[in-house]
Each structure stands twice: as structure tokens, then as C-alpha cells.
Design a protein around this ligand. Structure first.
Ligand code: PEP
Ligand code: MG
Length: 828
């Protein structure tokens, strides 16, 4: 378990190399970080005990509860001052908590008298703790993360008997384990050293330079892996790879990938169902993409010739992928980078070389090497990694096509067609997207595969996992692709085609009308005010949301500031971001959700012990209450936003009133200390069944309630929102979830509190009439849906919405609710 050392001072964090004293710069006392102080109070960097306090009052050493020992030495040559300018506030033996004042000093007087004020913060027992991450070259506040220590006791770091091998265990912080993209980054880091580096999980061992070997380890978040390094720079290589593995490498947690949508609608004759990988509607002729069967001969023409052929093919494929990576951005670019690593993967190359040496052709050897690895990954049983083996098949196919001169068919898809295929590989999708198809139907594939992620990013409606029924769809067959209900109608009747075309036209007209009235306030047809807000995760999105007509933000996912980095953002950084969002929304309400870390959104610098059920463990408000330093920094950053009161505070994952009370008490204490007279609203998210069922108790004390349907659905249905194997069932339109929403509205009304929805259901056109009918008066949707949501609400009366919602509550399944919603839409 790692340990966070927070900064004992406000100032500028810098490396020890910058300390003009060889004792510190050459790490004679140990490794650490130095701080140029801007504050005058040294505070405790962790909970622990004061070991020594120098009689001159300029240096203090402490031991943490875990045994880490840290020396804080204020300034250089300050011992000469003999205590002048220093006021010790503790004595040796005192027990202290993180943030407790230890020494106060006269900043000006000491600055004048000492050689330098620079303050080294040194880990003095390097034999027991190593620094896995540190903050340098950055402004830092007291109590903000400065270093992360990992224990290096015998069981953590070991040296082999002959002294040539060092190894250390590390717990993975990667949300999806080591899949292709992180594996490519680990490989890149390992290539920077001479040492051989391997990762070991259980009885499996993989070369750190090999993506496929790392995939075959079958790792998942929270797994322990052992990093082994052998060679001249083994120590440095070990430290670098361990530090990398302890972070999330910027990998988006499951919540940020497109939520798999359910295909729950009952099918009519002529329809094929599927899982929605990317929502939308499309109609057009089927364009059947048959995978060219590429056959390769076993026998080679001699090892030298085959080696040269393999090299030439790798060079050609590498150049093609690199060109694509250069012209792409976002998810396309990172998938291309992962493919580049596979072309040069040492494990694949060794596998191919072995076969070539045995007399095989280059193509046969490459195919054998790839399938060996796919088998190893399948054997791990890790569904997420297995879904990603399409990256390996993709590279196999590109290499074999190049080696055999086979033309690949995807470039020939006509514009406006619906591509129908058994499965699709990421590179194929990227190629055929240029032809502007209308949609995509796949017999196989999963909702969290790279292809699904790419489709959602491109806005291309797509169904996956449609099964063998798709085989019968011939080229040119007319198709109606409904990636809202999760089905495709094959060779539809003229009446179905007309109805679908009318639906599409209505959709287009509604979008057009929505665009025209995007900036107008939103009322239902009978005059009820419904606020349409946007969910945002950055200042850029706030600007986009305002342009789309958002009347505020009902959910600022503040995690965007916290995830994918090595230390927590400072109060200044957070304040600048929140102020930027508030400014972009120009005095409209901004609801900042407090840090929602944990569960499917891990951050490496907020250590959480391995949990059997992370979704039911330390997350949301539970972390905030366990880490008051993080909570207070964030609250101060929010409270400082001007004008006061524009930012409201929303608490995630609330399960009881007590959590609200505790956070509210901190808000009020800080508001008092900061002299902010304007009251600041504090609301709760309803994401747990507990919060929904006690909404009256919460509403008695909260200023508002906002339903997070993503989490509420997973907890009500007991289906993990990030697990592809239950994806088809995770539908917030399930009557059980709708009943929870209805109950929340009913109970909150007892105290006259408003209820909003900020989960994915607020961006689902089919759900809006039901939500309004259940009593929701604020919807916070994805920015791109804001104008359309307003238009849908404008077409509704409350009376009809209530009647519709009443029927929805009586449905027996999400499928029935969706069919009802569809029928409701058709009557409009
Ligand atoms: C939710 O759970 O619906 C929600 C809005 O929070 P998140 O998706 O960020 O967990
Ligand atoms: Mg949530």
C-alpha cells in the first residue's frame, strides 16, 4: 500500500538537484523534494509522531504510522541562527495529524539571515520506502500531495542471491488492467533501459517490451504484479516501471467509455436485435463487408528470403499506421499507437522468427505467432482483454494482406450505406469511415471494444452482437437501423420504410427547430418551467454547452481535474478551472459535484486498499470524509468562485443524511472563515437505493436532489455498469429504476425540493416524457442534446406526461417501457 506525503509548506516544489548544498543535492541523507517556501508554517505531512525537533527549531523529523521517516529542513545553514526567527510548536514524541502546525518561522527575517530558504523534504529511511511519484516544478499548497511512497521491505523489493535481479511487487491502478494501450506505454518506458524487465503475475511472466506478453498476463485493476529487472541499470528500470504501473496512465475509467446500451425491445418479424454500441437512427442499403480470406502457404522459400519479406511488410504496415496516427486525434490516435507497438512486439517477432527458422513462410509464421498470443489471452478468461484481441487480428490481417498482395475491401463501401459485417477491426473502421457510411451492423463485437468506442466518437449509429441472423443479409438489401431501440429491420415493407423515414424526418425537423430555439428558456406546452442544463467535464465543454443553449450545468464532473495525473490538483488550479466554467456559463447556475473517485474511477494518489467490490467500497463522499484535506481544498476552491453562490455543491454517492450533514458542516465552517456572506446551496446525488428511499429525509436538509441514473441503475439492478457481459441488461428504463425515480420525486416534494436527473437517462429522448411525468424538473444532459431536450419538453403537457409515466411504472421490463415510449413518440 502506498503512502502520500503531503507538502509541509506552501511554495514552489522543485528537485533536490536545485538545492545548493551537496548534502541534499547528492542525496546523502536520502531522496526527496525541495520547496521554496511562500508560507511561514511547517505542517505535518502525514499522521504520525514527531521523532526529533532540533533545538535551533529549523528542522523536524517525523515517522508516519506506516514507518516512513521524513526530515523537513527549513532553509540552508539555518542551524547557525540558533533558533532566531523560529517558533517550534511541537516537541519530540508528540503525536500529530496531517496539517498540524509544527514550526512557525519569520519568513523575512530567516530569508535575510540564511543562505537560502529552500526547504528539503527528505525520506530518510530509503531502505524501507521508495518514492514512486513526486511533485516538482509546480506551485504547491500545504497539505497537497508532494510524494507517493511505496514500501520496499523485503517482500516488496528483493535482490536475487547472485545480485543480478531486482524485483518489486506493485498493485495495478489501471482501470482495465494492462490492455493494448498501457502495454504500449510500458514497452516504451522499458525500451529506455538496458536492463531486461519482466512482469510476473501468478505463474505467468511477460517481457515488459512486449505488448502481447503483457496482455497475456490477463491483469485487472487491483491485481498485484511483480516487476523484475536484470542488468546494469536494473534499479532505475525497476523504479520507472513500478512508478508507471502505480498510476492510471491517463486511462479513462469505465464511466468515461460510452455506456453500453441495452437491446431490450421485443423484435418483430424481419428484425434482428443487437446491443447498441453507438446510438442513432440510419436507413440505407446493406454494404456487406466480407473479410477477404487470406491464405498463406506453410512452406517458406528459405529463412533469409522470408525474414526479408517479413521486415518489408512490417515497414510498409508501420508506415501506413504511423501516417494514420499523425492525421488522427483522440481515441483513433491512441488505438493507432497501440497498433504501432504490436508491429515491433519482441514476443511476436520471436514467435515469427522461430517459425521462419523452422522453414515456414513469413505469413504463416506471423499468423502462428499472433494466434499463439490470442490463445494465451483467451486463457486468462478476462472478458475485457478478450474483447480487445481484435487489435491483434487487425495487425495479423494488415500484415498478411501486405505479404500476399491481397486487396482489402473496406475502401469500396458506398456513401450512405449501412455496413454489415461479421466483425470489424479498428483499422477497417477508420478506413471505411472516410466513405461516409450511414451506420454499422456487426454480428459479433462487444459494446466496450475499440470499434464501439470509435463509432461513438464518430457519431456513427452502430449495433453489435447481432448474431448469426445477420449472415442472411445480402449486399444491397434495404435496412432500417434503429440504434435507439436496438434492432435492424431487414428488407422493410414500404409502410415500415415510410414510417421510419417519417421518424427520421421528424427527428431532423425537431433538431432544426431545436437549433433555432436553442437559446430560449424551456417550458412545457402547459407552461411548467423545466430547466435544461448540461453535464460538463472541462472549461471547453462549458463553452460548448453555453453555445448549445444550456441554462446552466447540472453536473460538473470535477474528476476531470483529478484523474490521469500523479498528484491532486492544487486549490489554485481547481479554482481557476471552476472560475473558468462559471465564467463560460455567464452567471447561470453551476453545480459542481465533489470529487467522485473510487469504484470505477481510481486515482493512484488516493490510495484505496484492494477491495473485493470497489463499487460498494470507498468511493464518492466516503473518500471525501476520509480525506478532509482533499475535501477542504476542493470546497475552498469552489467557494472562492465569483459571484458567490453561482456555484452550488453536489455530494456524490450519498447513502445517509449524516454524510450530507458532515459535508455541510465543513462548507459552513469554511464559508465563515472565508468571510463569504452569500449562502451556498448544497445538494445530494441520488445514486444509491438508500438515497432514493429516504429522499424525504435528505430533502429536509438538502437544497436539491439530482438523480445519477448511471449508478442508480447498477445498484438497483445489481449489474456492474462496466461489465460487458451484463451490458445488455443495464437499462435505466427498467421499471424498478423508474419507480425509484418516481419515489424520489414524491418524497422530495414533501419538503418542496426540486429533483433533477444528471445521469445518462437525461440524454435519452425516449425517457424525457417519463422523467417529466414522474416529477423531475431539471435535466442535465450531454451538451449536444441540450437543444433537442428543450424541444422535446416544449411539445409535452404535464398531464399527458404524468399519464405516460404512470403506464411506464406498470410495465414489466425495460423492453416494455421502451416500446411504450416509442408508441408515445409516434402519436406526436
Ligand atoms: C451517475 O451515476 O448517473 C452520474 C451522473 O455519475 P457518474 O456517471 O459520473 O458516476
Ligand atoms: Mg455516479
Amino acid at each position: 500500500m502506498s503512502l502520500i506525503i503531503t507538502s509541509p509548506l506552501r511554495g514552489w516544489a522543485t528537485t533536490l538537484d536545485d538545492v545548493p548544498d551537496p548534502v541534499f543535492a547528492q542525496r546523502m541523507m536520502g531522496d526527496g523534494v525541495a520547496i521554496q517556501p511562500l508560507g511561514d508554517t511547517v505542517v505535518a505531512p502525514f499522521d504520525g509522531e514527531v521523532v526529533t525537533l532540533h533545538e535551533a527549531g529549523h528542522a523536524v523529523s517525523l515517522r508516519s504510522a506506516e514507518g516512513a521517516e521524513v526530515l523537513i529542513h527549513v532553509g540552508l545553514d539555518t542551524v547557525m541562527l540558533k533558533g532566531e526567527g523560529f517558533t517550534p510548536l511541537v516537541v519530540a514524541g508528540d503525536t500529530v495529524s496531517r496539517g498540524d502546525p509544527l514550526i512557525r518561522f519569520d519568513l523575512d527575517a530567516v530569508a535575510l539571515a540564511a543562505t537560502s530558504l529552500i526547504t528539503p523534504v527528505i525520506v530518510t529511511n530509503a531502505e524501507a520506502f521508495a518514492i514512486s511519484r513526486r511533485t516538482t516544478d509546480a506551485a504547491i499548497g500545504a497539505c497537497e500531495a508532494l510524494m507517493t511512497l511505496v514500501p520496499v521491505q523485503a517482500e516488496a523489493r528483493r535482490r536475487s542471491d547472485d545480485g543480478t535481479l531486482v524485483e518489486q511487487a506493485v498493485t495495478l491502478s489501471l482501470p482495465h488492467g494492462i490492455h493494448a494501450r498501457p502495454a504500449a506505454r510500458i514497452g516504451e518506458a522499458a525500451r529506455g533501459f538496458e536492463a531486461d524487465v519482466h512482469l510476473v503475475k501468478g505463474d505467468k511472466r511477460g517481457d515488459a517490451r512486449s505488448t502481447v506478453a503483457l496482455l497475456a498476463l490477463g491483469t485487472a485493476f487491483g491485481d498485484e504484479v511483480v516487476v523484475q529487472a536484470r542488468g546494469d541499470d536494473a534499479e532505475a528500470a525497476l523504479a520507472a516501471i513500478v512508478a508507471l504501473l502505480a498510476t492510471d496512465m491517463g486511462e479513462a475509467p469505465a464511466a468515461a467509455t460510452p455506456a453500453p446500451l441495452a437491446a431490450t425491445n421485443p423484435l418483430r418479424a424481419g428484425q434482428i436485435g443487437g446491443v447498441i454500441a453507438s446510438p442513432g437512427l440510419a436507413m440505407g442499403p446493406a454494404a456487406r463487408l466480407r473479410q477477404a480470406e487470406i491464405s498463406v502457404v506453410r512452406e517458406g522459400n528459405g529463412a533469409a528470403e522470408e525474414r526479408a519479406a517479413l521486415l518489408a511488410a512490417r515497414n510498409a504496415v508501420r508506415a501506413r499506421i504511423a501516417a494514420r496516427a499523425d492525421s488522427a486525434s483522440g481515441s483513433i490516435a491512441s488505438v493507432m499507437q497501440a497498433h504501432l507497438a504490436l508491429i515491433d512486439d519482441p514476443e511476436l517477432l520471436a514467435g515469427a522468427e522461430k517459425r521462419i527458422a523452422e522453414g515456414c513462410s513469413a505469413g504463416f509464421a506471423w499468423r502462428g505467432a499472433i494466434h499463439n498470443q490470442i490463445d494465451a489471452i483467451r486463457a486468462t478468461g478476462n472478458a475485457h482483454l478478450i474483447e480487445r484481441t481484435d487489435d491483434l487480428i487487425d495487425i495479423e490481417r494488415q500484415m498478411l494482406a501486405t505479404l500476399t498482395g491481397t486487396a482489402l475491401g473496406e475502401a469500396a463501401v458506398p456513401a450512405g450505406a449501412i455496413v454489415v459485417a461479421e466483425d470489424l477491426l479498428p483499422s477497417q473502421l477508420v478506413t471505411l469511415a472516410a466513405a461516409k457510411p450511414a451506420g454499422l451492423c456487426l454480428a459479433r463485437g462487444g459494446p466496450t471494444s475499440h470499434v464501439a468506442i470509435l463509432c461513438a466518437g464518430m457519431g456513427l449509429p452502430a449495433l453489435v452482437a447481432m448474431g448469426d441472423a445477420l449472415d442472411g443479409v445480402e449486399d444491397g438489401t434495404p435496412l432500417l437501423l434503429d440504434a435507439e431501440l436496438g434492432n435492424a429491420t431487414v428488407a422493410p415493407s414500404p409502410a415500415d420504410t415510410d414510417a421510419f423515414a417519417a421518424r427520421l424526418a421528424k427527428r431532423d425537423a425537431r433538431r432544426e427547430a431545436a437549433r433555432a430555439a436553442a437559446k430560449d428558456a424551456c417550458h412545457s406546452a402547459d407552461g411548467t418551467r423545466i430547466e435544461i442544463f448540461a453535464n460538463i467535464g472541462s472549461v471547453d465543454e462549458a463553452q460548448a454547452a453555453t453555445a448549445q443553449g444550456a441554462e446552466g450545468s447540472g453536473l460538473v464532473r470535477s474528476e476531470f481535474l483529478f484523474l490521469g495525473r500523479e498528484t491532486a490538483p492544487s486549490e489554485e488550479e481547481q479554482h481557476a478551472a471552476y472560475q473558468g466554467i462559471a465564467d463560460a456559463l455567464a452567471e447561470r447556475p453551476v453545480i459542481v459535484r465533489l470529487l467522485d473517485i473510487g469504484g470505477d474511477k481510481p486515482a493512484a494518489y488516493i490510495p484505496i486498499d484492494a477491495e473485493e467490490n470497489p463499487a460498494l467500497g470507498q468511493r464518492g463522499v466516503r473518500i471525501a470524509l476520509a480525506r478532509p484535506d482533499l475535501l477542504e481544498t476542493q470546497l475552498r476552491a469552489i467557494l472562492r468562485v465569483e459571484p458567490a453562490g453561482q456555484c452550488k455543491i453536489m455530494i456524490p454517492m450519498v447513502a445517509s443524511v449524516d454524510e450530507l450533514r458532515q459535508v455541510r458542516a465543513v462548507v459552513e465552517r469554511l464559508r465563515g472563515a472565508m468571510g463569504i456572506a452569500t449562502p451556498v446551496e448544497v445538494g445530494v446525488m441520488v445514486e444509491t437505493p438508500a438515497a432514493a428511499m429516504t429522499a424525504d429525509l435528505l430533502a429536509a436538509e438538502a437544497d436539491f436532489l439530482s438523480i445519477g441514473t448511471n449508478d442508480l441503475t447498477q445498484y438497483v439492478l445489481a449489474m456492474d455498469r462496466g461489465n460487458p457481459t451484463v451490458a445488455a441488461g443495464v437499462d435505466a428504463m427498467h421499471p424498478a429504476v423508474l419507480r425509484m425515480i418516481g419515489e424520489t420525486c414524491r418524497l422530495a416534494a414533501v419538503h418542496g425540493r426540486w429533483v433533477g436527473v444528471c445521469g445518462g437517462l437525461a440524454s435519452d429522448p425516449a425517457a424525457l416524457p417519463i422523467l417529466i411525468g414522474l416529477g423531475v424538473t431539471e435535466l442535465s444532459a450531454v451538451p449536444g442534446f441540450v437543444a433537442e431536450a428543450k424541444q422535446i419538453v416544449r411539445g409535452l403537457t404535464l398531464v399527458e406526461a404524468r399519464a405516460h409515466a404512470e403506464l411506464a411504472l406498470q410495465c414489466k421490463s425495460a423492453a416494455e417501457v421502451r416500446a411504450l415510449a416509442r408508441a408515445f413518440e409516434e402519436t406526436r
